[in-house]
Design a protein around this ligand. Structure first.
Ligand SMILES: [Zn+2]
Length: 277
């Protein structure tokens, strides 16, 4: 089973074609897509996508890059939305996690006071919320591995995914010890990303689980030859302000093409090799 564990289907790069993109991915062999939220403003959008398609799942959370404009009251909105989703599975099908949450210390303004502390506050509060509801978390981790892990040791949620992992072998092992799975995404497609490719190849493959839970190490959709999938491009927009306007109307086709190429080589080792070219 091939699962895209992290795709911002509602992102502008897909040109409003979310349902078409999801359908194209399914035709290309993707059985399920997890759509993380970024802010209360898109909670209803991601939930609506999951209502529309039985292969779409969603998570609710406040993304670190949206923390600058978030208010404490948004945490209450999140708690209410999560409680509502869990209370009425018929109305809110396929709600699976708290996400996307985390810490982004790559962007200088976000890494400096006071946004650094604000990010840590929102991250910790959302970890507590995940723990309260016994839900896994989808983590955004950029230049923040050790701080992310520090909080995870203190406030342990029910596992989750460290999305687009790009840390050391020791950090990888700590995540795994804490019950996390690692997502290897766009970073593996960078020409000089030798360390992360070696790490991806050296970690033992985990066992598959059905439903929305994925393998221990997840290879996010990406095309061979360094060409990134629209899923990753969409995430990079949220993670680094890197826009991919060229996707536009071709978003669905690109995504399907990438999904097909990855699904055809659904083993991390093979994917790593593809990237090594
Ligand atoms: Zn993301």
């Amino acid at each position: 089973m091939w699962i895209d564990s992290h795709c911002h289907l509602d992102a502008a790069e897909f040109g409003g074609d979310a349902l078409e993109v999801a359908a194209a991915a399914q035709r290309a062999g993707v059985s399920a897509i997890v759509i993380p939220a970024v802010h209360p403003d898109n909670f209803e959008v991601v939930a609506a996508l999951a209502r529309e398609r039985s292969d779409c799942f969603y998570a609710l959370g406040i993304h670190p890059m949206y923390v600058p404009h978030a208010e404490e009251s948004d945490l209450q909105l999140l708690r209410k939305a999560v409680a509502a989703a869990l209370a009425d599975p018929a109305l809110h099908p396929r709600f699976v996690a708290i996400g996307e949450i985390g810490l982004d210390f790559f962007i200088p303004e976000l890494a400096a006071s006071p946004l650094r502390e604000k990010q840590e506050f929102f991250y910790a509060e959302q970890l507590k919320l995940a723990r309260d509801f016994d839900l896994p978390v989808l983590l955004h981790v950029r230049r923040s591995q050790d701080i992310i892990l520090k909080y995870l040791r203190r406030i342990q949620p029910a596992g989750g995914i460290a999305h687009a992992f790009n840390g050391s072998e020791q950090q990888a092992q700590t995540f795994i010890d804490l019950g996390f799975k690692l997502g290897f995404g766009g970073a593996m497609t960078y020409t000089r990303a030798l360390q992360i490719r070696r790490l991806a190849q050296s970690l033992p493959p985990g066992s598959h689980r059905t439903g929305n839970r994925c393998t221990r190490h997840l290879a996010q959709l990406a095309a061979p030859g360094g060409q990134q999938s629209s899923a990753i491009a969409a995430h990079r927009r949220c993670a680094g302000g890197i826009a991919r306007p060229a996707l536009g109307a071709g978003g669905a086709a690109n995504y399907a093409q990438c999904a097909a190429s990855v699904a055809a080589h659904a083993s991390l080792e093979l994917i790593s090799r593809l990237f090594m070219r």
